[in-house]
Design a protein around this ligand. Structure first.
Ligand SMILES: [Zn+2]
Length: 310
């Protein structure tokens, strides 16, 4: 064997070296990437996850990869640094089809995913359709020329992404009494009035949890955060939106009074407003909503955060 090598001239040797380098360097790089990827531990909770729920993801251990991302239900999300690893809260839309869905974690410099999990999305059972009867005046709010612009602005507000964690521990509900109705199918109809043809109704699902509270009841912040918006809207009425960081936003709607202003830092339990009956409401109550990465999800999901997301 040794003799055969001596017959190879210098040019051939250089060519072989170049070829070997060409083949081996990517191979070494790929193997190294796989080894590093294998060092990572991916934790995911819960499994299965209900429609309107949140998938909490944590990636930890090994060497830190750059810019990890999650592909989930057709969207790509950033993971945020946390305690030497990374984490993300990923939303499941209320209307997401039930069945298996792939969660794929990638990072810059890795051709292959760092990890892949198949998660089961299961149905959220919310009982029979609820009929909501609105006065003609409140039905007409949908046709208000300001609503289209307002919808764009609201979408922008709830998609706010602040990389730093502002929340501290579990979120608290606005009151001890049970809330109800997240994700419930609703049929909106006009209150019958003699001599008047009712406007056509519509169907939608309830994007929040309602609390029946007397008007003027103080409304506490669910957690520490920063005020993104605090103003009158056509449909939500007087509303406050709080940014808790890393894509978690809570909203408080139909208020009679607002007690904070945009840019304010709020502490857990700080009063952000008083309950009321403003906007498209059927009576005094608090509509409490949670948005994760811009998607409305069940607010009760953050009342007991899993350890991997603390
Ligand atoms: Zn509501």
């Amino acid at each position: 064997m040794g003799r055969r090598y001596t017959q190879i001239n210098a040019d051939q040797t250089a060519g072989h070296l170049r070829l070997s380098a060409f083949i081996c360097v990517p191979l070494i790089w790929l193997v190294a990437a796989q080894v590093q990827a294998a060092e990572w531990k991916l934790s995911v909770q819960p499994a299965p996850v209900p429609q309107g729920g949140i998938v909490f993801v944590r990636l930890e251990g090994g060497r830190t990869p750059d810019q990890p991302t999650c592909e989930w239900l057709g969207h790509k999300y950033s993971l945020y640094p946390a305690g030497g690893g990374y984490r993300a809260a990923l939303p499941v839309d209320r209307l997401q089809k039930v069945g298996l869905a792939a969660l794929v974690v990638r990072a810059a410099g890795y051709q292959q995913p760092l990890a892949t999990r198949n998660l089961s999305v299961v149905a959220l059972h919310t009982g029979p359709i609820e009929v909501i009867r609105l006065t003609p005046e409140r039905m007409a709010l949908n046709q208000d020329p300001r609503v289209e612009e307002e919808s764009k602005r609201l979408r922008q507000i709830v998609r706010t992404q602040s990389p730093q964690q502002l929340w501290k521990g579990d979120f608290s509900p606005p009151t001890d009494q049970p809330g109800h109705n997240f994700g419930k199918q609703r049929r909106y109809l006009e209150v019958a009035r003699k001599g008047r043809k009712a406007a056509p109704g519509w169907m939608s699902y309830h994007r929040g949890t309602d609390f029946s509270l007397p008007p003027g009841t103080p409304v506490p912040a669910a957690n520490a955060g920063r005020v993104l918006a605090a103003e009158p809207f056509v449909l939500p009425g007087n509303a406050v939106f709080l940014d808790h960081g890393q894509g978690l936003i809570t909203a408080y709607m139909h208020l009679s009074e607002i007690k904070v202003k945009p840019g304010d830092t709020v502490s857990p339990g700080q009063i952000v407003g008083l309950t009321g009956n403003t906007g498209r409401a059927t009576g005094p109550h608090l509509h409490w909503a949670l948005y994760v990465q811009g998607v409305s999800v069940n607010p009760t999901t953050v009342l007991h955060l899993p350890d991997l997301f603390r």
